[in-house]
Design a protein around this ligand. Structure first.
Ligand SMILES: Cc1cc2nc3c(=O)[nH]c(=O)nc-3n(C[C@H](O)[C@H](O)[C@H](O)COP(=O)(O)OP(=O)(O)OC[C@H]3O[C@@H](n4cnc5c(N)ncnc54)[C@H](O)[C@@H]3O)c2cc1C
Length: 233
């Protein structure tokens, strides 16, 4: 279905949020954590998936947050503007948050893979879900953190949310006082309270998701049913 880009916002120099308005009378049931598929009207066979960075309570428009990468990523970040028409396939996918009182969602993201977790935290905070959500986020440098201020704000609004960043490519002598290095089993373990109640989520480039899956399933010996992954290619 053709929709209109309502607005765009540069989150970082290489990352843009696109807000796409639903057509009149468009009614749809979807869930936080799903993705939509986008195509430009002039190249409708070239379709790419984008996780919703908005949540299921955000009606009337979809938001996706895209990094300049590859053909579609570059076209969106460098060229998409308010007023553009874009083809949108309805939300799909099973990367869904489990908002139960006793559950702890341990969300592991690399690079732009943090976008669906913004949706998770938005819904949990707006609806005051009693679910603990911890985000462990791997970026190259602090200037690659997407939604930094927003996650810090959501942490203040929702005491069950915590947002932790590790930087993997800091130049020597950099002032960053936070964690450095890749995601490790130890770092994940530090954030587990009751393993049996923890649901693990990993999202981002295949390499990060595969290595996280190995840490969680093999090193931490978590049963497969307690892990959900979303691989971006
Ligand atoms: C479920 C799902 C959700 C997703 N959600 C998001 C999201 O929220 N945000 C987001 O930014 N992306 C997301 N993606 C990724 C997105 O769908 C696109 O794959 C991405 O924007 C790149 O666009 P492309 O596929 O057209 O790139 P392509 O042009 O097909 O390139 C794919 C990759 O190959 C590399 N590449 C291309 N040509 C070469 C070459 N000649 N030599 C070396 N490397 C090359 C590119 O740099 C890129 O990394 C998601 C993917 C999936 C499956």
């Amino acid at each position: 279905m053709e929709m209109t880009v309502e607005s765009v916002k540069m989150e970082l120099p290489d990352t843009k949020t696109l807000r796409v308005t639903w057509p009149p009378d468009y009614e749809i049931e979807f869930k936080t954590g799903q993705f939509i598929t986008l195509a430009w009207p002039d190249t409708q066979n070239y379709k790419r998936a984008y996780s919703l960075s908005s949540c299921a309570l955000d009606r009337g428009a979809f938001e996706v947050t895209v990094k300049r990468d590859g053909k579609m990523g570059t076209r969106i970040v460098d060229w998409a503007k308010a007023g553009d028409k874009i083809m949108v396939l309805p939300p799909a996918g099973r990367f869904l948050p489990v908002f139960e009182e006793t559950k702890h969602l341990l969300c592991i993201a690399g690079g732009s893979g943090v976008t669906p977790f913004r949706g998770f935290v938005r819904e949990a905070t707006l609806l005051k879900h009693p679910t603990r959500i911890t985000i462990l986020y791997s970026v190259r440098t602090p200037s690659d953190i997407i939604f930094h201020d927003e996650f810090r704000q959501l942490e203040k609004e929702n005491p069950l949310v915590s947002f932790h960043v590790t930087c993997t490519r800091l130049p020597e002598g950099h002032e960053w006082a936070g964690r450095r290095g890749r995601i490790t089993a130890e770092w994940i373990r530090e954030h587990i309270q009751d393993l049996s109640q923890t649901v693990f989520y990993a999202c981002g480039p295949n390499e990060l998701v595969n290595s996280t899956e190995a840490l969680v399933l093999e090193e931490l010996k978590v049963p497969k049913e307690q892990m959900r992954t979303e691989k971006w290619g």
